[in-house]
Design a protein around this ligand. Structure first.
Ligand code: SF4
Length: 496
C-alpha cells in the first residue's frame, strides 16, 4: 500500500506514475489536501506498518525554483532517486513520465540541436540512459524524414473503430465487446458508423485525406458483407487521391477468413496487421485468445498469397508466465514468417483489464505467491525488449516509432520496427500529434490539431499547437442511439 498526499494536485500525476513504475502491482491511494503542512508526502507501507522511508517535500525546498517546470523536475528527480535507492532499480527512461519521448526529441532536432546536445539534455533533465536517448534520436530522425514527404498540415487522417472481438483478451482495456453477444446489433452499429462517416465526409470537403486506420477491437470480426459495406461507403464518400496508407487491423487470426481478406484486397487496403502477441500456445490459452499458433501461420501465408505486401505483426513482452527464452522462441518463429513490420509492446497492467482485476483479487485474498519481484520482472522485460530489437535487426527492420504506456514495470517503451519503405505513417502521425485525426465509432477519440503562428521562444517553427480531444461514447447501444450528437460534436471543431 502506498499513499501519496499532495497539497497541490499538479504534482500528483507525475508522483503516481513514477511510483507505479517501481511498484506496478502496488495499490496506490492519492489524497489532495490544500491544508496539509508539507507540499508532498509519500508513505510506502510494508505489510502491516509504515516501515519504509517517507518521502517529504516542504515548500521552502523548492522556493528558489521559480519556474513551475523546474519545480516539477526537481521533485520528480528526488522521488526517482529515492525509489531507485530503495529498490536497487535504475530505469532506462529515468524519471520521464510522458508517453511520447520522440516528440520532445523531434522538437530538439527542429531547434537545430546536435545528437550530443540532445543526449546530454535527456540525461541531465530526466536521467535517461544514453542507449534510450540514442534510440529516441534514431526514431525521431526517421519520423521526421517520413513527415517531410507528407503535406500533413493540410490533410487529415481517419480512424474507424470496430469495438468487437472474438473473445476478450485478459490484458485488454480497449473498447472491445465479444461479437457473439452483440451479433444482433452489429448491422445497426454499421448503419450508425456509415452515418457518422457521411457526416465527416460532408464537413471535410476541401481537406486531403492522407491515411485511414481501421482498428478497435478487431475489424475482421465483422462479416465479409459488413466489411464490404464500410469499405464501399468510404470509397464513395471520401476522396482517395491523396491517400498514402490504408491499414486494417486484422488482429486476431481467429477472425480472419479468405473471404474477408479478399474483400480488403478489392479495396485500396494496403497494410494489414496480424497480431499473434506470442507464439507460445500455453500463453495464448492462458490469456483467452482462442486461436492456435498454427492459425497465425496459416492466415499469414494466406494473406501473402492474396497479395498483401505490407503485413505488421504485434508482440507483447512480459505476458503472464513468459520469460526471455519464450520471447526468443516466439521471435525465431516470427522470423520464419518475415513480416514487413513488427511492433513490440511491453505489457502494461491497465486499469479495467481482466488481468489487473484478477491480480488485485488474488492480492486481496492474501495470495503471497503473487507478490511479484518487480526488479526481476523489470530485468526480464529489458532482456525481452533487447532480444526483440536484435531479431528485428536480423529481419532487416529498423525502429520507426516509439511510445510508452503507463504502469509498465521498469518504465519501458513500445517500439515499432519496419522495413525501410513499410513504416506505418498513421502510427507516426498519432505519436507526433502533427495532424488531426478524425475518429468514428464507439469509444473513438478525435484529436484536432489547432496550430497558430506565434512569435515566442521555444515554439516549433514559430507555431504553437493545441490539441482538442473529442470523445465518442463507448457503449454500442449508446453510440447507435446518440449518433447525431456524435456528428454534431465534431462539427463544432472541424475545421476551424
Ligand atoms: S484482440 Fe485486442 S482489442 Fe480485442 S480483446 Fe484482445 S487485446 Fe482487446
Amino acid at each position: 500500500m502506498i499513499q501519496i498526499e499532495c497539497r497541490n494536485e499538479r504534482f500528483s500525476y507525475d508522483m503516481y506514475h513514477i511510483v507505479k513504475s517501481f511498484f506496478p502491482d502496488a495499490s496506490i491511494s492519492q489524497i489532495s489536501d490544500p491544508e496539509q503542512e508539507s507540499l508532498i508526502h509519500i508513505r510506502i507501507a510494508g505489510d502491516s506498518c509504515f516501515c519504509y522511508p517517507k518521502f517529504v517535500i516542504y515548500e521552502e525546498e523548492i522556493a528558489g525554483l521559480m519556474d513551475k517546470r523546474e519545480q516539477k523536475r526537481y521533485i520528480n528527480r528526488k522521488l526517482y532517486r529515492m525509489l531507485s535507492g530503495l529498490t536497487g532499480q535504475e530505469h532506462a527512461w529515468g524519471d520521464m513520465t510522458g508517453v511520447r519521448p520522440t516528440k520532445m526529441v523531434m522538437e530538439k532536432l527542429e531547434e537545430g540541436k546536435s545528437d550530443q546536445e540532445i543526449i546530454k539534455f535527456m540525461k541531465d533533465t530526466y536521467e535517461v540512459s544514453k542507449k534510450k536517448a540514442r534510440l529516441g534520436i534514431e526514431i525521431a530522425k526517421r519520423e521526421k524524414a517520413q513527415l517531410e514527404k507528407l503535406d500533413y498540415e493540410n490533410g487529415y487522417s481517419l480512424y474507424i473503430g470496430i469495438p468487437f472481438c472474438p473473445t476478450t483478451c485478459s490484458y485488454c482495456s480497449f473498447t472491445s465487446y465479444p461479437i457473439a453477444r452483440w451479433e444482433k446489433r452489429v448491422d445497426a452499429y454499421v448503419d450508425a458508423l456509415l452515418k457518422e462517416m457521411s457526416g465527416i465526409a460532408k464537413m471535410s470537403g476541401g481537406k486531403k485525406l492522407n491515411t485511414i486506420y481501421m482498428g478497435g477491437g478487431t475489424p475482421t470480426t465483422l462479416s465479409a458483407a459488413q466489411l464490404e459495406r464500410i469499405l464501399s461507403h468510404l470509397e464513395e464518400n471520401f476522396p482517395f487521391d491523396d491517400l498514402k496508407e490504408f491499414t486494417v487491423e486484422a488482429g486476431r487470426p481467429d477472425s480472419i477468413t479468405q473471404e474477408k481478406l479478399t474483400v480488403l484486397r478489392r479495396h485500396p487496403v494496403d497494410r494489414i496487421s496480424i497480431n499473434p502477441q506470442t507464439m507460445q500456445q500455453r500463453t495464448l490459452d492462458a490469456i483467452g485468445r482462442r486461436h492456435t499458433v498454427e492459425d497465425v501461420r496459416k492466415v499469414f501465408h494466406l494473406a501473402r498469397e492474396l497479395g498483401f505486401e505490407n503485413i505488421n505483426m504485434d508482440l507483447i513482452a512480459g505476458l503472464p508466465g513468459e520469460h526471455p527464452k519464450d520471447m526468443e522462441d516466439t521471435l525465431r518463429q516470427i522470423e520464419e514468417l518475415s513480416p514487413d513490420s513488427l511492433t513490440v509492446h511491453a505489457l502494461a497492467m491497465k486499469h479495467g483489464s481482466r488481468l489487473t482485476r484478477e491480480k488485485n483479487q488474488r492480492r486481496m485474498e492474501g495470495n503471497t505467491e503473487d507478490k511479484t519481484e518487480n526488479a526481476q520482472m523489470a530485468r526480464e522485460l529489458e532482456k525481452m525488449i533487447d532480444t526483440a530489437a536484435e531479431h528485428a535487426h536480423k529481419m532487416g527492420l529498423v525502429p520507426y516509432y516509439l511510445y510508452r504506456q503507463k504502469n509498465i514495470a521498469g518504465n519501458f517503451e513500445n517500439v515499432g520496427y519496419a522495413k525501410v519503405d513499410k513504416a506505418g505513417i498513421y502510427n507516426i502521425l498519432i505519436m507526433e500529434e502533427r495532424q488531426s485525426i478524425v475518429a468514428v465509432g464507439a469509444g473513438a477519440t478525435t484529436k484536432i490539431v489547432l496550430s497558430e503562428e506565434i512569435d515566442a521562444p521555444g515554439s516549433r517553427n514559430g507555431r504553437k499547437t493545441n490539441l482538442i480531444r473529442i470523445e465518442n461514447v463507448k457503449g454500442v447501444e449508446e453510440y447507435i442511439s446518440r449518433i447525431d450528437e456524435m456528428i454534431e460534436r465534431k462539427g463544432e471543431w472541424l475545421w476551424r
